[in-house]
Write a protein that binds this ligand. Sequence first.
Ligand code: GLC
Length: 569
Amino acid sequence: MDTTQNGSVTTIRNIDSLCTVAEIEGCDFSRFSDRPRPLNMERQRSCDERSLSELSVGLSPHPSYRNTDLSFRFVDHFDGAFSPGRRSGFNTPRSQNGFEPHPMVAEAWEALRRSLVYFRGRPVGTIAALEESDEKLNYDQVFVRDFVPSALAFLMNGEPEIVKNFLLKTLRLQSWEKKIDRFQLGEGVMPASFKVLHDPVRNTETIMADFGESAIGRVAPVDSGFWWIILLRAYTKSTGDSSLAEMPECQKGMRLIMSLCLSEGFDTFPTLLCADGCSMIDRRMGVYGYPIEIQALFFMALRCALILLKQDAEGKEFVERIAKRLHALSFHMRSYFWLDLKQLNDIYRYKTEEYSHTAVNKFNIMPDSLPEWIFDFMPKHGGYFIGNVGPSNMDFRWFCLGNCIAILSSLATPEQSTAIMDLIESRWEELVGEMPLKVCYPAIESHEWRIVTGCDPKNTRWSYHNGGSWPVLLWLLTAACIKTGRPQIARRAIELAESRLLKDSWPEYYDGKLGRYIGKQARKSQTWSIAGYLVAKMMLEDPSHLGMVSLEDDKHIKPLLKRSASWTF
Ligand code: GLC
């Protein structure tokens, strides 16, 4: 079967492997139980051993998190190992604390269900945006990254089937042979999005996938494979059903993603070299190089793969390579991407042109390249992982997704996680303003905008990816808040979202310094804005859900830190 679109050819690679996956996909989902299975403690335990204390939050936050919110308690029925999904029996779940849920919750569930996409009678994902607009672009597709909050909402509501269907469907797409013009993409590349096509004449349905060939800028989505692994682990954790991850096809899918990102090259850093536009910010925004979003997702996916990969003949080698990479990556990120007042002052005083391995200024950063805004932005207490670090290059912009994932994956040490939350609190107006949350801060303007974005009219200052506010990020902030024992911060942000999101019909993003205006070209009924809100609400109500998206600090990958005394408060 060939699908030709935009001059690019997508063919099925290998009939043998196709058959295997097709059997699974050929509607034999009945093999898998619809309901969450009883907790498989054996598996859980072996996971823990390998994952080096991977378990989710315990009964209390890490001792080094300063719990500034005394009203906050982790639910004490939580066993710290497993957060089984619960199905409420209603389409819209009721609050477990006896209070009526916010009226927006019911509306959000209805909207989320309306966004479901079916393939041959089964739900396989959610459409990016439901809004009927003249300019559809690709918002009528199921995006891998956009589906993550939807998937989490369904898992939290005890509806894992759609997540399983999605994971298997996208796995099948991975096995397609991907070609752009005459160039063949790596075997492990996962699609950015897919679409179900109906042929009313033949009454058939087919799937069309985009691996970057149709995307604006033709960039392959580096984040898709990482989100896929992270979601597979969330599914396993939530349901206790490890049989999906243990399937040979899923094991192979993970190994293919791992071979892509662990392949040897000319690198001198353990971070992953990326093109602009290869993740959530999918247009040119000066994030090429070693963007924090990808490095944090890479770290989290490596940790999830370490938990899920079998140590069999084929998996063993990967497990070893992953462990080594994690060790190097955490050291590199925690040391060189971290910025706080002390580190900023050190950079400000850097000498340049230091040759030899004793260099303090390892990447030859010119102090003159420090932007003006950073001196005022940096609070006394607090810090964050900067946007990018490469040769003579530090991008000091704040990126929300990467920093939240750093907290959730424990790429950030407990002290760094606390510092990130301190920064969000003390720079509330800049990072949250009137609508959570800024995808990045600050915006680039004028000449810099021209050079960096290539004069992108969608990414003008304080709009869209360039300093716009994205409600979807609410779930990540909430998860980070719960993990660090600061749920009050999430509550404040959720209240802000509740004052407008439904009234404004769930926009994709907001514009302006404070996020006061509905985005210039923002879609309405944007699914991940809806799902992000639901996930934030459910997680705050039942913090045991955090285990699905959080990994505990891992003693074995502790770096040998000597720098920055401000990490210990
Ligand atoms: C925009 C976003 C991207 C998202 C897509 C679909 O292109 O930048 O992250 O996946 O819309 O919602």
